[in-house]
Ligand binder design. Structure first.
Ligand SMILES: [Zn+2]
Length: 278
């Protein structure tokens, strides 16, 4: 049994503030250990539950946050940027039986600690076939096309609630309770590690590959906080304005294509954001 862990940082134990997750800050250096503790707890739990292999795919910012030297020696880690499936890279080779979303968060425009969808700001909402989407929902659709079930989700309490929509059967661990976008009631790493480990052990039993799901075509709608960002996004072929000045939409046959187009849009939009005026 092979498990893939998609590891994001905003939903990690103790993390509530931008500096906690911004590479290079002293606070990020501190929070890397807390993040690594959550991920390692999941690794230990999956091995407890009978996994033969656990691959961790770093999914936050520069994708170079976890401390390899603090991980259980049986795990392997995919670190660094420029991967065709981004946050769920590694799922496409036909050998993964289940995936865990560790350190996840709610989507842009939703309540939740450090809520966003791919870009930290500029995007105010994403809808997949009319349903508000965060990274969890989008990535769940990608992995379903490879027949891989989401078996474990960790993050704040609202992330766990959100996951009921896209992975109802998955185990969920809330490591903190939302108070505002930048505040939460946090549990200690000792406590969250034991809860994540226990949940991952149980989640291993759910890691059974199914037939690939062909749910397309998918229509994605993206709303930005400024009109010129919508204009910039239409540079990507197939992306057109919809519903007013700040929204664009596109349709893809598969979520594989859908997420790649989304990446193209966010890359172009990031380059169009001006430091002061947005
Ligand atoms: Zn994220």
């Amino acid at each position: 049994m092979k498990i893939l862990i998609s590891a994001d940082m905003e939903g990690a134990t103790g993390v509530t503030w931008p500096a906690d997750v911004l590479p290079g800050t002293p606070q990020w250096e501190r929070c890397r250990s807390l993040f690594t503790s959550d991920v390692n707890a999941a690794v230990l739990g999956f091995f407890d539950g009978g996994a033969d292999e656990v691959l961790i795919n770093e999914a936050h910012w520069s994708m170079r946050n976890l401390l390899l030297e603090q991980l259980d020696e049986r795990a392997q880690m995919l670190t660094g940027r420029h991967k065709s499936l981004s946050m769920v890279e590694g799922v496409q080779h036909g050998d993964v039986d289940g995936i865990a979303f560790v350190g996840y968060h709610t989507g842009a425009g939703s309540q939740g600690v450090l809520a966003h969808t791919y870009l930290a700001n500029s995007i105010t909402g994403v809808w997949l076939d009319g349903v508000r989407a965060g990274e969890g929902l989008l990535n769940a659709h990608v992995v379903a096309e490879y027949g891989v079930p989401v078996v474990l989700v960790t993050g704040d309490d609202l992330t766990c609630e959100d996951a009921l929509g896209y992975a109802p059967g998955a185990l969920k661990v809330a490591v903190k309770d939302h108070v505002s976008r930048y505040a939460a009631v946090c549990r200690t790493p000792a406590r969250t590690a034991s809860e994540i480990r226990a949940a991952a052990k149980e989640a291993a039993a759910l890691a059974v590959r199914h037939e690939p799901v062909r749910g397309g075509p998918f229509t994605m709608e993206i709303e930005f906080d400024a009109e010129h960002l919508a204009a910039a996004a239409t540079v990507v072929p197939g992306v057109a304005r919809t519903h007013g000045e700040r929204r664009v939409a596109y349709t893809s046959e598969t979520m594989y294509e859908g997420i790649r187009t989304f990446k193209a849009v966010t890359t172009i939009v990031s380059a169009a954001v001006e430091e002061q005026y947005g």
